[in-house]
Write a protein that binds this ligand. Structure first.
Ligand SMILES: [Zn+2]
Length: 173
């Protein structure tokens, strides 16, 4: 994805307050991130481990979501496969991420959830730049197809969260 500045990252979050956007801990100096290897920028807040953020291109704009991250007890864990990149993980490497829906649905407490790589490094897993702990089943898709699938899954999730509020809250392009 195209590199973003710190101000752009903080400014694109669609489902959180301006205050949280200003307080969050960035994953590092933006100019040091490996943007060409990323389909989306996802990270856990180093100072608030229950908080995570996902910033992705969407059409001609960029949209970010604030997420809460939890690791359910093993008995309640419904999947050990990342819903974004399809990497299989051990229980310690997958988390349930929940995004507050945009608009009135979100104010009423509704969220959308996704099991995903706990480090949100899906872009690196599909490029085999980061290796999961578990051996993976054979993958019939090429690396380019895995990238395309990842982008499609992330776009679908973000669109679902934003479209909960058809009246607005989607940032202007
Ligand atoms: Zn993943």
């Amino acid at each position: 994805m195209q590199p973003l500045s710190a101000a752009e990252i903080r400014g694109c979050l669609a489902n959180t307050s301006k205050g949280e956007a200003q307080r969050l801990t960035l994953p590092g100096p933006p100019e040091q991130l490996a943007w060409p290897d990323l389909d989306f920028l996802g990270w856990r807040d180093a100072k608030a481990p229950g908080r995570a953020y996902l910033v992705t291109p969407l059409g001609s704009t960029v949209v970010g979501l604030a997420l809460s991250a939890t690791v359910p007890p093993r008995s309640l864990m419904r999947s050990n496969m990342c819903g974004f990149c399809h990497t299989l993980h051990d229980a310690a490497s997958i988390a349930l991420f929940a995004a507050r829906l945009a608009g009135a649905a979100g104010r009423a407490g509704n969220t959308a959830g996704m099991y995903a790589c706990t480090d949100l490094a899906c872009s690196l897993y599909v490029r085999e730049l980061r290796k999961p702990f578990l051996p993976q089943p054979p993958e019939s898709l090429t690396p380019q197809e895995r990238v395309a699938r990842l982008r499609q899954k992330v776009t679908a999730f973000v669109t679902h969260v934003l479209d909960a509020d058809p009246a607005g809250s989607r940032p202007a392009a």
